[in-house]
Design a protein around this ligand. Structure first.
Ligand code: MN
Length: 391
């Protein structure tokens, strides 16, 4: 099995359809160009039948990027597929991504459709899509809650009809890591033509397991992952692209795949998405949050100043973050205060440094963080005290 992991970014589709994340066409193009610099393999640019704006965004993204495959989403209907094919016509490399729900819950209560009709629509849609491009992805929506025998039949027929990627989404974020691994192993083992398609995971974070489930799926043979910048997406979001990528970099000893993502572009991609949507990233978000490489506690700061490997498993510059930050606050120690003073061009004898430190802690008790200006003011006061004593 190949060790190449295909990164399918759906920030512009699943991410964008979440409340508060809508983007204009020109904004989508800017983000798509950044995704190209980031080195993702597939950009899902939208769902053309959903709105004329979505179709236009797919058209413009398709014309703007050259290296990544541009994908457009379509339900298993002729109208959706034709609309997607039209929107993608300007793309150098294009993929139609067609989907239908396969769980009884969705078939009976949402689509009001029998399993046989579902199977027929899936096959017809894949064939129709294959007439316009040889890169066709089929997704069985709510796959992880589908009857496994029926799901395997649908997957087998979709591959026979020409699907080159089979995506089995955990649409509602219900799976657990061990469970999703055995789910993928079962499907790949039982579907007789599974070797003719690449299997893909699309995990949601309703229980905070999207990335863990994605990694478990990779272990079970999945070679495409669907993910988003900052983990945005429906409800609690999708699996976070930056987390998956950095897991593969930090733990190559345990992860059997590599990707072509340019990790130094991760932070910039995250920042651009924040800028375009106005939605901030939580401060403690892995990889790209403001605190991901920030240290306030004295013991940690002291360790970092001696050897940063003591408290960091990645270098901030590897993900495009300028540098680790040692934040001064009430948990900080003398070593960090001394470094901060040196950075500001101030040096103190031991006793005066103790005084600066004491005053910093006292101020930090009243306010949450200490700025450079705060530290300068304290330093000035301590120096003024020195002069007063000397004269
Ligand atoms: Mn989704």
């Amino acid at each position: 099995m190949s060790d190449r992991l295909i990164i399918f970014d759906t920030t512009l589709r699943d991410g964008e359809q979440a409340p508060g994340f809508s983007m204009r066409v020109d904004e989508k193009v800017r983000l798509a160009l950044q995704l190209e610099r980031l080195g993702v393999d597939v950009i899902e640019a939208g769902f053309p039948i959903a709105s004329e704006d979505d179709a236009e965004a797919v058209r413009q993204v398709a014309r703007s990027v050259s290296r990544p495959v541009v994908a457009a989403l379509a339900r298993c209907s002729a109208g959706d597929i034709d609309k997607a094919a039209e929107a993608l016509s300007g793309a150098r490399r294009r993929r139609i991504h067609t989907f239908i729900a396969t769980s009884d819950l969705h078939l009976q209560h949402k689509l009001r459709m029998t399993r046989e009709t579902c199977l027929e629509l899936a096959v017809d849609a894949v064939r129709r899509a294959r007439n316009t491009t040889d890169d066709v992805e089929f997704s069985a929506e709510d796959a992880t809650r589908s009857d496994i025998d029926f799901l395997c039949r649908v997957v087998e027929h979709a591959i026979d009809a020409g699907a080159t990627t089979i995506n089995l989404p955990d649409t509602v974020g219900y799976s657990m890591p061990d469970e999703i691994a055995s789910f993928f192993r079962t499907v790949i083992e039982r579907v007789p033509n599974s070797d003719k398609a690449i299997f893909s995971a699309h995990c949601h974070d309703d229980l905070g397991l999207a990335v863990a489930n994605t990694m478990a799926a990779i272990g079970a043979g999945v070679r495409q992952v669907e993910c988003t910048i900052n983990g945005i997406g429906e409800r609690a979001g999708n699996a976070s692209l930056e987390e998956i990528v950095m897991i593969t970099h930090v733990r190559p000893d345990l992860v059997p795949v590599r990707s072509d993502v340019v990790t130094t572009e991760l932070y910039r991609s995250s920042q651009l998405l924040t800028e375009l949507t106005g939605q901030a990233v939580q401060v403690n978000k892995a990889i790209v949050g403001r605190n991901a490489f920030a240290h306030e506690a004295g013991i940690h700061q002291d360790g970092m100043l001696k050897d940063r490997r003591t408290y960091e498993i990645m270098r901030p510059e590897d993900v495009g973050v300028p540098a680790s930050t040692l934040v001064l606050g009430k948990h900080s120690g003398r070593h960090a205060v001394q470094k901060a003073c040196e950075r500001l061009g101030l040096s103190f004898a031991r006793r005066d440094l103790d005084e600066v430190y004491k005053r910093m802690i006292a101020l930090a008790d009243r306010q949450k963080t200490i700025t450079d200006d705060d530290l300068k003011a304290i330093a000035d006061a301590v120096m003024a005290g020195q002069r007063a004593t000397a004269s």
